[in-house]
Design a protein around this ligand. Structure first.
Ligand code: NAD
Ligand code: MG
Length: 392
């Protein structure tokens, strides 16, 4: 019997890499549910190739176009909207959910999969940043297992004792070390970053990814979101997580234990590696990916983060330390700021100050359920849009 995979965000970068792992292992997996937001042509090609049982288009505006284009031999069902996706996560035939939607838009479906007790392969880091505590509690209650896809967290997971489940404390831990490539502006001057274009910001030196995470990698907010993600997955305080610049992206992250041992996971910068690890876990799937050649690499470098040039990481640390709704504010403000930058409404160096402004301006509110998270998220997005309007 093959395992049924529900792939949320199939048309994105992680979606594509996931499909290539499924394609390489038809003896193990079949695509049961597939979702996309708007890329209908791409979605139709996926449906044509993988014949899933269920297709969800999260943006209902494209419903007619999708229905008109679906191949005649497609015998499955189709539904529309965010709630339909959350529903699809609970399907009896779904064994594994790959949460690969970008941004807060992935929160409801990821949470639904966790509540349904599925094996959840988590790429959608924003959902953990926003609702980390609720998500980890839900996983404990339902028995869901969370397997990190983010290369850093997947690396850490691989450096933990076999059988470790996300959300448990790590015995004998001294600290986690997240590696960070430094992004496209690692060696750039602040002056040149001030006039950076979206094209320059998304040109990542080592990884090919979606636009939003590429900009986050350029501001280093991505590392900030990953820091918060790690506090939840591995139950550590932010103070026990170090970030180190490692331009070669060969070591994907490290775990330092109390006895002085440091474990690292290495590999080429290809997301199919962590995805294959997570889908196959605890077995190892063979993958035809570029192998890391240490002799070709020659040397590896490690540097501290320049916090003056990259204030986003400090903002994320402070938000993690403060807890409560602060990570929700950080994430929502960042999503709006990145979108505004990509649409040339603000400059690259305006992104972090805008997030900071939202954190300062929006009073803290308690969070006790997912509704609270969504309410705060909405308020922050509105405030951020207004602040951008005032700047123009
Ligand atoms: P992407 O932009 O390439 O793809 C995003 C996917 O989400 C698409 O399928 C799109 O249709 C869907 N989507 C977009 N808006 C949506 C909405 N409002 N509602 C529902 N679906 C929507 O993004 P990506 O680079 O694949 O990243 C996906 C997630 O994985 C992000 O959270 C990112 O941080 C994380 N991640 C990505 C990489 C990478 O290499 N790309 C690495 C680590 C983590
Ligand atoms: Mg990462």
């Amino acid at each position: 019997m093959t395992r049924g995979v529900a792939l949320f965000g199939a048309t994105g970068s992680i979606g594509e890499s996931t499909l290539s792992v499924i394609r390489a292992h038809p003896e193990r997996f079949h695509l049961d549910v597939v979702s996309a937001h708007a890329s209908i042509e791409k979605l139709v090609r996926i449906v044509d190739e993988f014949q899933p049982k269920h297709v969800v288009l999260t943006d209902p505006a494209g419903a007619d176009e999708l229905l008109a284009q679906l191949p005649h031999h497609f015998k499955g069902s189709v539904s529309f909207g965010e709630a339909a996706l959350a529903e699809a996560a609970t399907g009896a035939d779904v064994d594994v959910v790959m949460a690969a939607i970008v941004g807060g838009a992935g929160l409801l479906s990821t949470y639904a999969a966790v509540k349904a007790g599925k094996v959840v392969c988590l790429a959608n880091k924003e959902s953990l940043v926003m609702g980390g505590e609720l998500m980890m509690q839900a996983a404990k209650a339902s028995g869901a297992s969370l397997i990190p896809i983010d290369s850093e967290h997947n690396a850490i997971f691989q450096c933990l004792p076999m059988g470790y489940a996300a959300g448990e404390e790590i015995a004998g831990l001294r600290q986690l070390i997240l590696t960070c490539s430094g992004g496209p502006f690692r060696t750039a001057t602040t002056a040149s970053m001030q006039s950076a274009t979206p094209a320059e910001a998304i040109a990542h030196p080592n990884w090919s990814m979606g636009q939003k995470i590429s900009v986050d990698s350029a501001t280093l907010m991505n590392k900030g979101l990953e820091l918060i993600e790690a506090t939840h997955l591995f139950q550590v305080d932010q103070s026990a997580i170090e970030v180190v610049i490692h331009p070669e992206s060969a070591i994907h992250s490290m775990v330092e234990y109390a006895d002085g041992s440091m474990l690292a996971q290495l590999g080429s910068a290809d997301m199919r590696i962590p995805i294959a690890h997570a889908l196959g876990y605890p077995e190892r799937l063979a993958m035809d990916v570029e192998r890391l050649s240490l002799s070709a690499l020659g040397s590896m470098h490690f540097d501290p983060v320049d916090h003056e040039k990259f204030p986003a990481l400090g903002l994320a640390r402070a938000a993690s330390e403060a807890g409560g709704d602060r990570p929700v504010v950080l994430n929502a403000a960042n999503e709006i700021a990145v979108d505004a930058f990509l649409h040339a409404r603000i400059g690259f160096m305006d992104i972090s100050p805008l997030v900071d402004q939202c954190l300062n301006q929006i009073a803290s509110q308690p969070i006790s359920c997912l509704e609270d998270v969504l309410t705060i998220d909405r308020i922050v997005r509105q405030t951020a849009v207004e602040l951008i309007g005032e700047r123009a």
